[in-house]
Design a protein around this ligand. Structure first.
Ligand SMILES: NC(=O)c1ccc[n+]([C@@H]2O[C@H](COP(=O)([O-])OP(=O)(O)OC[C@H]3O[C@@H](n4cnc5c(N)ncnc54)[C@H](O)[C@@H]3O)[C@@H](O)[C@H]2O)c1
Length: 394
């Protein structure tokens, strides 16, 4: 896909669409941006203008450059009158509501308008790319292009070819997005792709330990931050992401894996969602963010903290190893995805090697014995690597 002169269409101008439009325009493309709701694109352009102004303030770009980037984003308004504005786009990325029927209807309508060699990208977080492509007359040009929020800031983009995607399209899109300054990884079209699958135990195992009364939220967050070196603790991160969003992702991954117990959602989080305690955006979640609310103090007990980190890390490393085993992505791409997509302090495979694969295996076997749950089953690849004395990252 030649960069020069390529027009990029973005449909859906919400949190993700506006970020993606900014990234493509900053890379020099003319961008056509539309939404289902009147006025949303104008709001999006104004938000992009503010983001660019902050860049100018921080001397990351010149005023002329910021003006040029914004000028490259054309407001196609709402899509009620059709998709004619996208006729000359060589790539159209959708970032509309996370519903299969809506995404399928959008792509089947776009197909009739765009050029035969134009590509359709979906920013879906949890739907099957094959299912979106399956509705199209030419599924070979449909591909997942999964940005992280906020798209202009987060470096990672997961590229997800469906089983029907033409390998040439995967290559073209990967090199195009890499040319936009993004770090690309290629993932198979499986639930949660890389990041949203491998990161599940960070939340799930912390919730289990909370429910068992091993420690409270402040202590688990303290342990994962101070002893585990994660940038944020799991509960403060869930409150930041939004418990509604985080719970929906967990549920979708769980259901899409045919109810594999490794991904079972936690009732504690479900109740928070039901009660509307979404986290920061509602001023209440695991923590209370209202003015004057007391901040709970962690119990800084090293032994408890270490046990929490060891258990959660064992589950995380196991998940990363299993993702290699199930060929979700290459080992190198899994390392990149977790450090660049969710800012883990290091790649989980390298981390597992440092802890020792045999130690991880032993911890998982202890958990499996103790709980009698399939949730703690060690990956076959973990067993093989321990037996063969081979590193996890190889
Ligand atoms: N928010 C995230 O952290 C995140 C990260 C990665 C991927 N995603 C995915 O990106 C997509 C968009 O998410 P978001 O967070 O930007 O949502 P959002 O609610 O902020 O924005 C979605 C926008 O799409 C518009 N829309 C809905 N149906 C439409 C249609 N048929 N045609 C045109 N516009 C339509 C809505 O009016 C809205 O402005 C979803 O598929 C989501 O799973 C979200």
């Amino acid at each position: 896909m030649s960069e020069r002169g390529l027009q990029v269409g973005v449909i859906g101008a919400g949190a993700m669409g506006r970020g993606i439009a900014q990234v493509a325009a900053a890379a020099g493309h003319g961008v056509v941006l539309a939404d289902a709701t009147a006025g949303v694109v104008a709001q999006a352009r104004s938000a992009i203008g503010k983001a660019l102004a902050r860049d100018v303030e921080k001397q990351r770009r010149s005023q002329a450059d910021a003006d040029a980037v914004l000028a490259r984003i054309a407001d196609a308004g709402d899509v009620s009158t059709g998709y004619d504005a996208f006729r000359s786009c060589g790539l159209v990325i959708e970032a509309v509501v996370e519903r299969l029927d809506v995404k399928q209807a959008l792509f089947t309508a776009l197909e009739k308008i765009i050029a035969p060699d134009a590509v359709l990208g979906t920013n879906t977080s949890s739907l099957s790319v094959a299912a979106i492509a399956g509705a199209c007359a030419r599924p070979e040009r449909v591909i997942g292009i999964h940005f992280f929020n906020p798209a202009p800031v987060m470096p990672l983009v997961e590229i997800i070819p469906a089983i029907t995607t033409d390998p040439g399209v995967t290559e073209r899109v990967t090199s195009l997005v890499a040319g936009w300054g993004k770090t690309t990884v290629v993932a198979t079209d499986t639930p949660g792709f890389i990041v949203n699958r491998v990161a599940r135990p960070f939340y799930g195992e912390s919730l289990r330990q909370l429910e068992e009364g091993i420690a409270d939220v402040a202590t688990i967050d303290w342990a994962m931050r101070e002893l585990g070196a994660f940038r944020m603790g799991p509960f403060e991160l869930m409150d930041f992401i939004g418990n509604d969003v985080n719970y929906a992702v967990t549920r979708s991954v769980f259901e899409s894996f045919f109810y594999d117990s490794r991904y079972t959602p936690a009732l504690t989080q479900q109740r928070l969602v039901e009660a509307g305690l979404y986290g920061r955006k509602r001023e209440r979640g695991y923590y209370d963010y209202r003015e004057g609310a007391a901040k709970p103090e962690p119990v800084k007990d090293e032994a408890i903290g270490r046990a929490i980190v060891d258990r959660t890390l064992a589950m995380l490393v196991n998940e990363a190893v299993d993702a290699v085993h199930r060929r979700v992505a290459s080992a190198a791409d899994i390392e990149t995805a977790m450090t660049r997509g969710v800012n883990y302090p290091r790649g989980l495979l390298a981390w597992g090697d440092e802890i020792g694969a045999a130690n991880i295996l032993r911890r998982l076997e202890e958990l499996q014995d103790e709980y009698g749950e399939d949730r703690y089953r060690p990956s076959v690849l973990l067993r093989q690597r321990v037996r063969e004395r081979r590193p996890l990252l190889s």
